[in-house]
Design a protein. Sequence first.
Length: 176
Amino acid sequence: MVNKVELLDLYTKDRERTGKTIERGDPVPKGFYRLIVHICIFNKKGQMLIQQRQPFKKGWSNLWDVSVGGSAVAGDSSVEAAEREVYEELGLNLVLSDSRPALTVSFEDGFDDFYSVILDLEPSELQLQYEEVKAVKWATKEEILSMIDSGVFLPWHKSLIELLFYMYDNHRVLTD
């Protein structure tokens, strides 16, 4: 089996594509940035769908995370990356073409766009990507914060999780 090399676009600090790329896993050169996306799926009960990473997945193995996340590959817009990641990881055809990120978090070598959507679905209906996702379930804000404290959830800043739920509670930039 041949491993497919994934290329990631490099951006300026102003979020403009430079025309340069790096291979996934390579360090981002100083002065350049990459794009990550996360999609937070909420139900009408105010719970977030969370996923558990596979134990053999490199990086954050076996830990729980927000609904979906991943890198934008070369050529992807933020929306295209979000739609692709949701399809790959959960088997959902989610259309976000009229959406924009609910929140963008800058980090040392990139930008992380968070999309928030409301979908009432049964986790058992999802087609989980075996290579990445071990399980999914609905969780409340309190459950996620407790999971962060106990070390079974990715070490997100708890204030970020609280903000995502606040945005849901106050109908800020959500897509139905």
